[in-house]
Design a protein around this ligand. Structure first.
Ligand code: ATP
Length: 793
């Protein structure tokens, strides 16, 4: 069956969908029938396992296609799985195909030869209910028309906000697992998904721009294209909670067996982290000057003997002697090799030398040696000598010994710029038994390096994705680099979210550390999908000081309500937070309570007092409902509603406190509550002092910044006067019916009923409309009521 032409009717398209799906399903049936046709049980189970593992047909419930791309001379149907007819011609292309993502990266402004995209809305199983065309020439005109209408708004972001499927997907409630975004991949994202595998690709992007999503879909496409096999790919995240959070996306895309881990587990040294480093020591241990220290420290373990070394030869009365200068020459011959293999080579060289000398002496003395002289040497004696000269070390014993002696450290640091004060930071008393030695996260990285320096081999991958990459220390980057077979990386992160001891202000250092021989490209994702406008506008106020030079993402949609600020007495912070928690969880929202360490205990106590179950996201557990999470562990995560506790404390708690607060504020897809002790709201957040909208439990509930700081609807499509404060009239002239009963005229029980309904209306508004429109909505509803009243009279 031919691909329907551009002007095809829905009936033709449905026929094509039916044909494509039938073709796909008959292939599936043939595949699952294959095992029964197999000659024996073993072959059958092999075939069965293969059929089960073969995800290239997608799910039987998938529509045949979700997208059609028309170029000037061709039409391509795109589905979750590709479908070929019996002649091998493609009916539907998989979204994973590089050239499809290449076509999907066309934009109205830069369409290439793409003319139009058609999106299909399909009801189960494969029935087209609606189509939606984007004609690029028309879209380009619309964007041009919008240009400059509202200088504060980006026209492209605005038209994305008109994409009802994208907005619906973005507004869906979130779960503790990240999900795939195949049907709504945006052009700039498609360009990165389809970018060449063989490069160092750095993707910078603000919160919620889809960096993680892009990186994972890119992996799926690389696998599809055969650029890499699943076991060739490594995905590194910042912590186990994050790994768990993203771990379902690739399997959902049909790609199993890709290793996803966090930077500490990746290194897999056989020790447990049981020690927390002071900041200065932790920073030093992440410094790549440690490379020199570890290399030299290891060489220092070679002991050049000061006296001649005697070696026994069984059956003769003399011993062979090796002079110090001879041993030193042998050491020098092998010392360019990695420590462990150098030791093996040295042993061999030493043994040969003893044997040669023994033979020579025997010849000179006419001593009778029968057989191979090597068999007459005392292995134990040689081992002892080797152990004295070139001791056998494990990475742990080596690093333990190094930390345990200032003398060793000073010698190891010769030729580096490390000072004795810095070396003192590395000092740690050696535990009597190696098994009792304490190790920090930073030590793990050094142990990994020491292991490599000794000649140990680590796994090697053909493509490495590093997510939340902005925070890694130089030593961590070197550990990542060691695992790269070829220098192909996808590095994703956000400089404005770079915190911790190795917070950076750009990607150059990372590129230098990775020293990839492949081409390097850095790309920025500009459009923000997670964070709604009101929240991003608020968080963006932090950027000029938190990350100068970084601009906030251009947001595509509004929040259902403005951020809520609760100013409370210092001792009521936890209670106020719990009230917010109850409000959101009562409405079934997936919730994150982002709380600084200093407030953690009291929040936990308050949750306990109210018998509220919660999960500790800092310990790898994201629950389906209420999650308590520190700002640092919140990186990369998202929730329907976020309660940020004590922003000033978050800022105060670390050197990059404003970035931490930026991270905390940008975790929400919809609702944001900020709870703070009276008078403590950071001034950047309180610019355009919010108005008072109520009083609950001696707390002040205020909306976010006044609307003059947060301009109303984009491009003024909604004809309302901006609200300037909660007390001022929200719309120009709401025609409230004069006969409307006031509360004072109602009986107490009527008042109760009215309040009950009012609360319902409030909930309805909260869930469905941005806060700055509420008054307009209510006024419009009153107008309708008035019209209705008039028509009835
Ligand atoms: N094209 C898209 N279609 C639908 N959803 C999308 C799209 N792009 C991103 N999203 C959604 O936006 C949210 C943010 O995406 P993601 O976590 O990948 O962003 P990020 O840039 O990694 O954010 P952060 O910097 O906070 O880690 C996710 O829920 C993701 O599914």
């Amino acid at each position: 069956m031919n691909t329907p032409p551009v002007g095809a009717t829905l009936v033709d398209e449905q026929a094509f969908f039916d044909h494509a799906r039938e073709t796909r399903e008959s292939k599936r049936a043939a595949r699952s029938a294959a095992p029964s046709a197999a000659g024996d049980n073993k072959a059958a189970s092999h075939l069965k396992a293969n059929a089960a593992a073969d995800e290239t047909l997608g799910d039987p419930s998938d529509a045949a296609a979700y997208l059609r791309i028309d170029t000037t001379d061709e039409t391509f149907y795109v589905g979750r799985a590709g479908v070929r007819d019996s002649a091998g011609d493609a009916l539907v292309y998989s979204w994973k195909a590089r050239f499809i993502q290449g076509l999907a990266s066309a934009t109205a402004q830069d369409p290439g030869d793409v003319v139009r995209q058609r999106r299909y809305y399909v009801k189960p199983v494969n029935t087209i209910t609606e189509t939606n065309d984007t004609v690029f020439a028309e879209l380009a005109q619309r964007i041009a028309d919008l240009e400059g209408v509202n200088p504060g708004k980006d026209p492209v972001a605005y038209v994305m906000g008109e994409d009802s499927l994208l907005v619906a997907v973005l507004e869906q409630e979130r779960k503790p697992e990240m999900r795939q975004i195949v049907e709504t991949i945006q052009a700039a994202q498609a360009a990165l998904i389809s970018a060449d595998a063989d490069q160092l690709l750095v993707i910078q992007g603000g919160p919620g721009t889809g960096k993680t999503a892009v990186a994972l879909h890119r992996v799926s496409s690389l696998l599809y294209e055969g650029d890499v096999a699943p076991e060739d790919v490594l995905i590194i995240g910042p912590n186990p909670t994050f790994t768990r959070y993203i771990s379902k996306v690739l399997p959902e895309l049909g790609d199993e067996h890709v290793r996803q881990t966090d930077i500490t587990r990746l290194l897999g040294t056989p020790v447990t982290v049981n020690f927390k480093e002071e900041a200065a020591a932790a920073r030093l241990k992440g410094d790549d000057r440690m490379v020199e220290v570890l290399a030299k420290g290891l060489r220092d373990r070679l002991r050049h003997p000061a006296e001649s070394q005697p070696f026994t030869v069984r059956g003769v009365s003399w011993r062979v002697r090796l002079e110090p200068v001879e041993v030193t020459a042998m050491i020098n011959e092998e010392s360019d090799m990695p420590y462990s293999s150098g030791r093996v080579a040295f042993r061999e060289r030493l043994t040969s030398e003893i044997a040669v000398k023994a033979r020579r002496r025997a010849k000179d003395d006419r001593s009778r040696i029968s057989g191979d002289v090597r068999d007459l040497l005392d292995v134990g004696e040689i081992d002892n000598a080797i152990e004295r000269i070139w001791p056998q070390l494990s990475p742990q014993s080596y690093v333990r010994d190094l930390y345990g002696s200032l003398e060793r450290l000073v010698s190891a640091a010769q030729g580096t710029s490390l000072t004795v004060d810095e070396l003192q930071l590395l000092r740690r008393a050696s535990a009597p038994r190696l098994a009792e030695q304490t190790w920090s996260r930073e030590d793990i990285v050094l142990l990994d390096h020491a292991a490599a320096e000794m000649g140990g081999e680590s796994e090697s991958y053909k493509h490495i994705v590093v997510d939340e990459a902005q925070d890694l220390s130089p030593m961590q980057w070197l550990a990542v680099r060691r695992r790269s077979a070829n220098g192909a990386f996808t590095v994703v992160g956000d400089i404005a979210q770079s915190t911790g001891l190795w917070a950076r202000d750009g990607w150059d250092e990372v590129v230098n550390l990775l020293r990839s021989p492949l081409p390097h490209e850095s790309v920025e994702l500009k459009y923000g999908y997670r964070v709604p406008r009101q929240v991003m506008d608020l968080a963006a106020r932090l950027l000029p000081t938190a990350a100068p030079g970084i601009t906030a993402p251009l947001v595509v949609r509004d929040a259902p309500r403005d951020p809520q600020f609760r100013e409370v007495a210092p001792e009521s912070v936890a209670l106020a937070a719990v009230r917010s928690v109850q409000e959101h969880s009562g409405k079934g929202r997936f919730l994150g309570v982002v709380c600084p360490d200093a407030r953690r205990d009291e929040i936990i106590a308050a949750l306990r007092d109210e018998d509220i179950n919660w999960d500790d996201a800092d310990n790898g557990a994201l629950g389906a409902s209420i999650n308590l999470v520190s700002p640092v562990a919140a990186k990369g995560l998202e929730f329907d509603a976020v309660v940020v506790v004590d922003p000033a404390e978050i800022v105060k708690a670390g050197p990059h406190g404003e970035r931490m607060l930026y991270i905390a504020l940008t975790r929400t897809t919809k609702y944001l509550d900020v709870i703070y002790p009276v008078g403590s709201l950071p001034s950047t957040l309180s610019v355009g002092e919010p108005g008072n909208v109520g009083d609950a439990e001696a707390t002040t509930m205020t909306t976010g910044p006044a609307d003059d700081a947060f301009p109303a609807a984009p491009f003024a499509t909604i004809d309302i006067a901006p609200t300037t404060g909660q007390d001022s009239p929200a719309i120009a002239s709401p025609r409230v019916p004069s006969a409307a009963p006031t509360m004072a005229n109602l009986s107490p029980s009527q008042q109760k009923t009215v309040r009950f309904h009012a609360a319902n209306v409030f909930d309805l508004l909260e869930d469905n409309a941005p806060r700055h429109m509420w008054r307009a909505v209510l006024a419009a509803a009153l107008e309708e009521l008035e019209q209705d009243d008039l028509s009835r009279n």
